[in-house]
Structure formats: C-alpha cells, structure tokens
Design a protein around this ligand. Structure first.
Ligand SMILES: NC(=O)c1ccc[n+]([C@@H]2O[C@H](COP(=O)([O-])OP(=O)(O)OC[C@H]3O[C@@H](n4cnc5c(N)ncnc54)[C@H](OP(=O)(O)O)[C@@H]3O)[C@@H](O)[C@H]2O)c1
Length: 340
C-alpha cells in the first residue's frame, strides 16, 4: 500500500480508504463484529490506515466496532474519519443538522463510541441548507483548537458553498476543508460539473463514496449473484448495465476482477482521489485492495469514458466548446499550459 497526502495537509493516508458503513448488521445487511474485525485485520495487514465512519452508520454500531478494535490495537496508527449532521438516536430539533450545537454534541458521542479522545478527520456529512457556512467552519476550527479533531472535511454539499467556506476560512485564519467526499464512480459522474473542479482549485483530495456503485460495478449482478442493491434501484437500469458490462470487458482484457477496474478508474482521472471502498466480507476487501496495482491504458479509459460520460451542462459545455472549438480566445489557447 502506498500513501498520499490528504489535501493541503501533511497527513499521510493509505491510497484506499476503508468504508465502514457496513460494520454492523442493523437494517438487514452488513458485517457482524467478528467479520468487521477480520476486515480491519486484513486492511491494516496490507498497510491500510484510513477509515471512513459516521455517527449514523448502523446507528453508532460502526463507530463502536472501530472503537473496540482500536482499543486493542495502536490507535495512533489509524486515521479515523467520521461525520456529523444526520440524526442519531437522540430526538430534539438540534440533534441533527450542520449547526454548532449538534456538531459539538455529535462529536462528544462519536468520541465515546470510538473510545478515543480525538478524531483525525471530521466531515460535515450532508449540507442542511440552513446553517451559515461560517458557523460550521468556526465550530470545526474550535474543535481543532480544543484537540478533539485534527482536520476538517466536507461531504455532499454544493461546490459554491464549499468555495465560500474555504475562502472565508483562509481570510479568517481558520482550518479549511482538506477533503471532499462525494458519490463518484462510472455510474455517477455529475461531480465533474462543479464539485471536482472546485476541489482541484482548493487542493482538496476527493474521496469518492460508492466507487463501485454499491457493488454493481463488481459485475456481480450480471453474474446473477445476490447483494444489497435491489433490482428496482436506480443503480440497476439499462445505463448501469451497459457500464458494468464495459467494466467487465476491460477487466477480462486485463485479467483482473471488475472491482479493480471500477476502483482504479476513480483514481485515474487526473486529480487527487482516494476511493472509499466498502466491504461486507474479508474476501471482498482482500480483492479490492489489489486495485491500486492495476494500470488502465488510454484505450481502456476511453472505452470507459464513452459508455459513462455525462453532459457537463452550462456553463461547462459552453466555455469548453467555445474555448477549444470556436477559438474565441485567439490562437494562443492551445499553446498555453494550464495551471494544474
Ligand atoms: N458521504 C456519504 O454521503 C456517503 C454515502 C454512502 C457511503 N459513504 C461511504 O462510502 C463507503 C462505500 O460506499 P458503499 O458501500 O455504498 O459503496 P461501494 O464501495 O461502491 O460498494 C460496497 C459494496 O459492494 C459490494 N462489494 C464490495 N467489494 C466487492 C467485490 N470485490 N465483489 C463483489 N461485491 C463487492 C458489497 O456489497 P454486498 O454486501 O451487497 O456484497 C459492499 O458493501 C461507505 O462504507 C461509507 O464509508 C458515504
């Protein structure tokens, strides 16, 4: 396993992050405690250190399993990311959302479940469309100054709001968001419109969630195997079937499992990306970790791009078309090396 720096920070994380949403058997799916421990054993044995959790996963069971595991291992080895925002088992108007009161309450509860006195990376989980972004950043910065959190990050939020927050944090001397968690895979490419260009601009690492489309891109449903994605789900339709078939075709040419191609694609798009791969069995995790060694050729990337590409919409399509095809910026455009 190699390591990458998480966004504009010196924090070293494994190039694959382990998603722990499936730790616990609540809601009729997932890995029991022993299997979760075995998944953590296999992940750390291979050099993985980056774990993705949330207060809400399996109603707190996921964090409890990680806490119990870490208390029997070296807590400092792990880079534990968790999230706040979604309501857990407490019911009052401020026990959910992005507000400061919920942030502080949720972090205290996460620290107890994780049996630790600090969280490495705290994500805002989902934008509530209510809380001022300066309230969020100031709260995160206070937690960092208190030593309860080391780094701030954000998930499932509009690009313009994150851009406003990071700019404000820079001006105020507060800690900025260093990572962006979004659904991103060959099935879900709409973050390419604004979120990913925004993350590149701010030097944030993108941490794609559901990089295998919840398992659809492993090709298991094409083979008639069972899994948690229901047949009537929007991840299993004509488009996703065509994409999964293309992933399987590329994987067959390379002689690797389809999951490797799906995961590696999210890491081969020219920006800093650490996919969060979920696993409910040790064998899945062991297979997925080898995805980091796969090399996709330009032809493979093109084939996968063609079957999955999306309309970038306005103004992306408009200015890219105009700049490249219509040459509206004069003859120099093609000769300028763009800032990375
Ligand atoms: N920020 C957010 O809003 C958000 C939302 C969702 C998830 N997440 C994070 O992202 C992580 C990953 O998301 P995800 O679990 O939905 O998506 P995923 O990683 O695309 O899919 C994982 C699922 O695919 C199946 N699978 C994994 N490896 C496989 C393999 N090698 N062969 C066959 N099947 C395989 C398993 O499902 P079966 O049990 O069906 O076999 C597994 O639970 C979560 O654990 C969580 O940490 C974040």
């Amino acid at each position: 396993m190699n390591y990458k720096l998480l966004g504009r920070s010196g924090l070293k994380v494994s190039e694959l992050c382990l998603g722990t949403m499936g730790f616990g058997t609540e809601a009729g799916w997932g890995a029991d405690k022993d299997t979760s421990f075995a998944i953590l054993d296999a992940f750390t044995k291979a050099g993985g250190n980056f774990l993705d959790a949330a207060n809400i996963y399996k109603l707190g069971t996921s964090e409890k399993i990680i806490g119990e595991y870490m208390s029997n291992h070296d807590r400092d080895y792990f880079v534990v990311a968790t999230k706040y925002s979604l309501k857990d088992n407490i019911s009052n108007p401020n026990a959910s959302g992005n507000n400061r009161k919920n942030m502080m309450r949720s972090v205290e509860e996460s620290l107890k479940r994780l049996k630790t006195d600090f969280i490495d990376v705290l994500y805002l989980h989902i934008w509530d469309d209510l809380t001022p972004i300066d309230e969020v950043l100031r709260g995160l910065d206070d937690l960092i100054r208190q030593g309860k959190v080391n780094y701030a990050a954000i998930s499932d939020t509009p690009a313009w709001m994150i851009a406003k927050g990071n700019t404000m944090a820079e001006l105020m001397g507060w800690s900025q968001f260093i990572a962006l968690q979004v659904e991103y895979s060959l099935l879900q490419r709409t973050p390419e419109r604004d979120l990913i260009p925004m993350a590149r601009h701010f030097g944030m690492t993108v941490t794609p969630w559901a990089p295998m489309g919840g398992g659809v891109l492993s090709g298991k449903y094409l083979r008639g195997e069972q899994g948690r994605v229901k047949a009537e789900s929007n991840r299993r339709n004509d488009r996703s079937t065509k994409i999964a078939e293309a992933v399987v075709a590329v994987a067959d040419e390379l002689g690797v499992p389809a999951s490797h191609v799906a995961l590696q694609w999210t890491m081969s798009q020219g920006f800093s990306s650490i996919p969060i791969a979920g696993a409910t069995k040790v064998s899945q995790l062991e297979e997925n970790m080898k995805a980091v060694d796969v090399k996709l050729s330009a032809e493979h990337l093109q084939k996968l791009d063609e079957v999955s590409k999306i309309d970038l919409g306005f103004p992306g399509e408009f200015f890219r078309e105009a700049a490249v095809k219509e040459n509206v910026f004069g003859g120099f455009y093609a000769r300028i090396e763009k800032r990375k």
